[in-house]
Design a protein around this ligand. Structure first.
Ligand code: C2E
Ligand code: MG
Ligand code: MG
Ligand code: MG
Length: 293
């Protein structure tokens, strides 16, 4: 028997590795090649300020143009079972690609109001080299740190909170903002998360999905919003697909919404088109009314 410990999980195998592990190793080899061959791509999904109905930020979501399997969403290949070093390499690529793209949008004059770009960060990526890597990329692209945001999934965070906390503090001090993703799925409490320099809570889509039907979900969201606002945090609802959901979120004083209702994640070209269209609309209204456009 072989016992292999991998970040808190222990697997037992017999003489031969089971097929799941083989698949995983194959995937890792392919992903490494994808990185080298430039098959990875970022898509972008807007977050909308509920009060003003304006784009308040963007989130980068990784995709893999797989030569055989087509366009793969992140869920199919970014997973915390993938080798830590590879996850960190992919993560570094994401940060560099996101900064490059935001610079392009700013150069094209499409940065017409404060619009930070968020990247998702995997736990193995939060290592002592991360703060200096982020600084390096911000300097390379000439972006102010406040334009970069990190999203960290709550459920992955709670295993490793102490190790992660001071690295995030270092990053946060430079002006990069930090969001807790999938909030509500991690069985943690904000009192535990308070070790972290958090700016934003993103409410997990599972609380939004049945919002129209399930009073428990609206009660949970109301509680999260109240607590977050008392702590001076902004609240984003994820996975918003209907006007009815949005109306409830507005009543519950949620700050931003994100989901298919406003836009699916778009490739860089399609997002550029969307930003240009929004910018034209903003310019066509008198300045006095632009705030509510
Ligand atoms: P997430 O950060 O919570 O992202 C939200 C996921 O929900 C995305 O799936 C997005 O495409 C999807 N989504 C957005 N709006 C809606 C909606 O209205 N309805 C529904 N049903 N789904 C919606 P995606 O892109 O497959 O990403 C899945 C997860 O993979 C992300 O969850 C994030 O945790 C992770 N991920 C994505 N990109 C990266 C990355 O570059 N690095 C790392 N480490 N993780 C990433
Ligand atoms: Mg996210
Ligand atoms: Mg999420
Ligand atoms: Mg997630």
């Amino acid at each position: 028997h072989v016992k292999k410990e991998q970040r808190g999980r222990i697997y037992f195998y017999n003489d031969h590795l089971n097929s799941r592990v083989m698949e995983r190793m194959q995937l890792e080899r392919e992903l490494q090649q994808a990185l080298d061959k430039g098959e990875l791509e970022l898509f972008y999904q807007p977050k909308i300020d509920i009060a003003s109905d304006r784009i308040a930020g963007l989130e980068a979501l990784i995709r893999w143009r797989h030569p055989q399997r087509g366009l793969l969403r992140s869920g199919a290949f970014i997973d915390d079972a993938i080798e830590a070093e590879l996850v960190a390499k992919v993560g570094d690529w994401v940060i560099a690609a996101a900064c490059t793209q935001l610079r392009r949008w700013q150069d094209a004059g499409l940065e017409f109001y404060e619009m930070p770009l968020a990247v998702n960060i995997a736990i193995p990526q939060i290592n002592p080299d991360l703060p200096s890597y982020i600084n390096q990329e911000l300097q390379r692209t000439g972006l102010h740190p406040s334009y970069l945001q990190l999203e960290i999934t709550e459920s992955l965070l709670i295993r490793d909170l102490d190790r992660v906390a001071h690295i995030l503090q270092e990053i946060s001090h430079t002006g990069v903002t930090i969001a807790i993703d999938d909030f509500g799925t991690g069985y943690s409490s904000l009192s535990r998360l308070k070790a972290l320099p958090i700016d934003i809570l993103k409410i997990d889509q599972s609380f939004v999905r049945n919002l129209e039907l399930d009073r428990n979900d609206s009660a949970i969201i109301a509680a999260i919003v109240n607590m977050a606002h008392a702590l001076d945090l902004k609240v984003v609802a994820e996975g918003v697909e209907t006007e009815a959901q949005l109306n409830i979120l507005r009543e519950l004083q949620c700050d931003e919404h994100q989901g298919y209702l406003y836009s699916e994640p778009l490739n860089a070209h399609d997002m550029t088109v969307l930003l240009k269209r929004k910018q034209r609309r903003l310019r066509s209204i008198p300045a006095s009314r632009a705030l509510t456009a």
